[in-house]
Design a protein around this ligand. Structure first.
Ligand code: PEP
Ligand code: MN
Length: 284
């Protein structure tokens, strides 16, 4: 792999972990699930999401406040007001927050409220943004570019690490192909390959990979079965009313049911979903 120094494995057992918050570590033995809406829409919406998900084995909340929309006329996100909502639910439900940064100027305000900064697919090769994220210590969730090769993906992670931030998690979110039946094609082969080539944690986003809610549960289970360190999945209190990505949003009930169905799959490969929560309870 082209000059990939920092992301490459030193030996076959070399794996790194990325800590989002107390008890929430990606890349260890436990599978981590991140859930929430595509877009933060209101305080009420995020309260409903956090209230429901905090009772299940869901370790972190997602929700975009700076949204990369295909059309400039589509809703662009709540910005700072949305960040305040995320900060409030984070404190109230003690769930770490993952949200996207699209520009260098957004890093500082987002880092003040979020536990993990997402680089969206459309910015995977925004090298100035990657360099700037290398200079903060917050965990970064790097999503694979729409048509990025595995090598390009790995080198984007190398940018962040080369600038000083070792806390990088890779996210396979589907790649463009010829068939419009699904939004993208989930490349589970890449998940296996990335875990062989790099020591970084790898998670899967079956929501953007498929664009269709009915395909998500089976692919989520397949992702865990093939070694993914976690999942990021979109869900909404009223899926059809989501302001963005409505067709792929799961209901909160379906999200909880899906997470429960992951437990035997994780157990079959010697991993768990709920261990960290139990460990925290044991300490308390
Ligand atoms: C998202 O997570 O809502 C998103 C826009 O994802 P991606 O960058 O993978 O399209
Ligand atoms: Mn989305």
């Amino acid at each position: 792999m082209l000059e990939a120094k920092l992301v490459s494995k030193a030996d076959s057992n070399h794996r790194s972990t990325v800590r989002l918050a107390e008890g929430v570590v990606i890349g260890g033995n436990d599978v981590v699930v991140i859930g929430g809406p595509c877009t933060v829409e209101s305080e009420e919406q995020m309260e409903q999401v956090a209230g429901k998900l905090s009772s299940a084995s869901i370790h972190a909340l997602r929700g975009g406040v700076y949204k990369p929309r295909t059309s400039p006329y589509s809703f662009q996100g709540m910005g700072l007001d949305g960040l305040k909502i995320l900060a409030a639910v984070r404190d109230r439900y003690r769930l770490p927050i993952v949200t996207e940064v699209m520009a260098i100027a957004q890093i500082e305000p987002v880092a003040a409220h979020a536990d993990m900064l997402q680089v969206g697919s459309r910015n995977m090769q925004n090298f100035e943004l990657l360099k700037a994220l290398g200079m903060v210590k917050k965990p970064v969730l790097l999503k694979r570019g729409l048509s990025a090769t595995i090598e390009e993906f790995v080198m984007a992670a190398e940018y962040i690490m080369a600038h000083g931030n070792p806390n990088v998690v890779l996210c396979e979110r589907g790649i463009r192909s010829f068939d419009p039946y699904t939004r993208n094609v989930l490349d589970l082969g890449a998940v296996v390959a990335l875990r062989q080539i790099t020591h970084l944690p790898v998670i899967v986003d079956p929501s953007h990979a498929t664009g269709k809610r009915e395909l998500i549960p089976d692919l989520a289970r397949a992702a865990i079965a093939c070694g993914a360190d976690g999942l990021i999945i979109e869900c909404h209190p009223i899926p059809e009313q989501s302001v963005s990505d409505a067709r792929q949003a799961l209901s909160l009930e379906d999200m909880v049911e899906l997470v429960q169905s992951l437990e035997p799959v994780a157990a079959a490969i010697g991993r768990r979903l709920d261990k960290q929560v139990e460990e925290l309870a044991a300490v308390a």
